[in-house]
Design a protein around this ligand. Structure first.
Ligand SMILES: Cc1cc2nc3c(=O)[nH]c(=O)nc-3n(C[C@H](O)[C@H](O)[C@H](O)COP(=O)(O)OP(=O)(O)OC[C@H]3O[C@@H](n4cnc5c(N)ncnc54)[C@H](O)[C@@H]3O)c2cc1C
Length: 422
């Protein structure tokens, strides 16, 4: 067993919530192990072009957190790692951590010589699979730790040989195997976040079949300089700038057949994306079709700003169907609620505002977790398990950060009470 102290906290998931919880606890004196299944930290936030309410790039917030992580010896960050076993003990939990085989290890300097010799490509997960990327690469430009990853199965033997010999730092180890470690921890914070609701389930909107029907997470990448079009908002079907964009709100949300709940951020995400479109394509007509416009608290300023923009229309109406027309445009069938009539509208590009599904719903963590009816986690103080961020409920970054700080405090109190009673 590894030499973790009995007061060590385990944080699972290194998105904004997990990173915040780990840092807040560590800066208050707690030893922390932060486990992330991906090769780098940052979670979903890092895939946004800008984020509301300040409309700044997400890297600015993450850079500060990464500096805090780099300078805090109390946080041990373990990437490409999962919790594969968990056993309740008198003092908390004993957990087994399994780190995937690191075919490119920490000696990697991200010099990029290996990418130059590798011919294999794969769909780029960072860009919602909208472009191909080298099978050996940095996960994304702001990745931390800044080590390359290798999609070994996509490579030929020739590619692999070339990658090994291109590396001057002896960082490629094709014989690397999984590593396991068992640690004792006093409390656990779960911050495994969310994945987008699969658009393939939304047959009525043609998603996955009609090229110009995209999800909101794809729009984030289309607008980003490091995205598949170098930041140009273009129709996937023909690479041309759209003359009209329609945002379909509650695409699969507040719908008993899909996600019964409101994800809370989709209206704000579409309002933000309307700004991306208007800033880049001032002549483009933007329409947002909504059931309710939900922009709580100070985020109402964003709603007021976008509603007042020329060429932006907010129409109360639930879209029932999207179809491709023979001229390449898209037709949307909807009920215009305020006018009390059925309507057919047209657009060049349709963005589906899909909601957030908690990873906890997949049931892949080896803890016995308490979940609500929608699959979001509930704190279990008796078991010393605390939930942070979107694992707990759908919310924005600011709320996730507040939530994670609270989870850190609760987990520290649980650890301290354990120490006192020991
Ligand atoms: C289209 C869209 C746009 C958005 N734009 C904004 C915006 O502009 N402003 C804003 O405030 N909010 C925005 N949001 C919401 C924002 O993305 C969330 O608030 C944020 O991602 C919550 O962070 P998190 O850390 O809780 O979860 P995540 O970002 O999902 O991070 C979870 C982390 O846990 C890791 N993980 C998952 N499972 C495991 C496991 N088993 N073991 C270890 N690690 C695991 C994941 O790899 C990930 O790194 C947007 C959401 C959407 C859908």
């Amino acid at each position: 067993m590894n030499a973790s102290t009995p007061q060590t906290l385990l944080v699972v998931g290194a998105g904004i919530s997990g990173v915040t919880a780990a840092l807040e606890a560590a800066e208050a004196g707690q030893e922390v192990i932060l486990v992330e299944s991906e090769a780098s930290v940052g979670g979903r936030v890092i895939r946004n072009h800008h984020y509301f309410p300040k409309m700044c790039p997400p890297t600015c917030g993450m850079e500060i957190n990464i500096q805090r992580l780099e300078h805090n010896p109390r946080v041990k960050v373990m990437t490409s790692t999962r919790v594969t076993q968990a056993t309740r003990t008198d003092s908390g939990w004993q957990v087994r951590l399994t780190q995937a085989a690191r075919t490119i290890n920490e000696r990697c300097t991200a010099c990029g010589e290996c990418s130059k010799v590798c011919k294999a490509t794969v769909p780029d997960p960072h860009n919602a699979n909208m472009n191909e990327v080298s099978a050996v690469r940095l996960p994304h430009p702001a990745a931390w730790p800044a080590h390359f990853i290798l999609d070994r199965d996509a490579c030929s033997e020739e590619d692999l040989r070339a990658i090994v010999s291109a590396c001057k730092y002896n960082a490629v180890d094709l014989d690397a195997t999984e590593k396991e470690d068992t640690v004792a921890v006093s409390a656990v914070i779960i911050a495994t976040g969310w994945h987008p609701y699969p658009v393939e389930n939304l047959d009525q909107f043609g998603a996955g079949k009609i090229a110009d029907v995209i999800a909101n997470v794809q729009m984030e990448r289309l607008a980003a300089e490091s995205g598949p079009t170098a930041g140009k908002i273009l129709r996937p079907s023909n690479g041309e700038a759209p003359k009209s964009v329609a945002f379909v709100q509650c695409a699969g949300s507040r719908d008993v057949n899909h996600l019964p709940y409101c994800s809370g951020i989709c209206c704000l995400a579409s309002l933000k994306q309307a700004i991306y479109v208007k800033e880049q394509l001032p002549e483009c007509e933007v329409t947002m079709y909504y059931i309710d416009r939900r922009a709580p608290g100070r985020n109402e300023d964003l709603l007021t700003r976008v509603a007042g923009m020329e060429g932006v229309k907010l129409t109360k109406g639930k879209v029932g169907k999207v179809e491709a027309e023979s001229d390449g445009s898209l037709s949307l069938r909807l009920e215009d609620v305020e006018a009390g009539r059925l309507l057919t509208a047209s657009a060049d590009l349709v963005v589906l505002a899909t909601g957030m599904v908690p990873h906890l719903k997949d049931g892949k963590l080896p803890f016995e977790l308490k979940l609500d009816d929608d699959g979001f986690g509930l704190d279990d103080p008796d078991a010393k398990i605390f939930i942070a961020g979107v694992s707990r409920r759908p919310e924005d970054v600011a709320s996730s950060v507040r939530d994670a700080t609270g989870a850190a405090a609760k987990a520290m109190v649980a650890s301290l009470s354990q120490q006192r009673s020991a």
